[in-house]
Design a protein around this ligand. Sequence first.
Ligand code: ZN
Length: 207
Amino acid sequence: MSLLVNNVYCVGRNYRLHAAELGNAVPEEPMIFLKPSHAVVPLDGSSLTMPQGRGSVHFEGELVIQAAKDYIPGMKVDELVEVMALGIDFTLRDVQSVLKEKGHPWTAAKAFKNSAPLTPFITFPGNDQLLQTDFTVLKNGVEVQRGNAEDMIFSLQTIIDYIGEHYGLGKGDLIFTGTPAGVGPAESGDVFELFWGDERLGGCKIG
Ligand code: ZN
């Protein structure tokens, strides 16, 4: 089952410590890739099937914003965004390494079915208020990632301006805003839970 969403933009390497843990340089401008809307499924506790026999699947917990209207230049984040969620940018890490070496697009590593599960939306607290709360990913009950929008290399404002200017950003579009450090393998039977502060927004089990 897929959710009704439009374009799904993702930001790569938007946290210094995550770029470092994968041995990547910090980008000089936002690094944007896309996933098909078919990748988006609800993080409602159900079991998610991952690609088999293609090497390791990594989890990347991320803050996700949705555009409530069509972007126009000069628009502030607080005008554009009414709701947010947490999501996981599942990645075929071994496949991605080969694609990077070859200079090929990341589609095979990033755009597979179920690769962008999303919690229910909550009200966007505002760009300043957002920095007051951490988001966390628990794997089998243990915290593996903790992020805060304050640590993003490119702010939400920079990201929406960049995507709006170069690619277009319209009502219903999602933006996965990048993952903090702590990514790692997701294997069959693992349970993931995503928290906004103390509030559990959703989770899944790897099938
Ligand atoms: Zn990511």
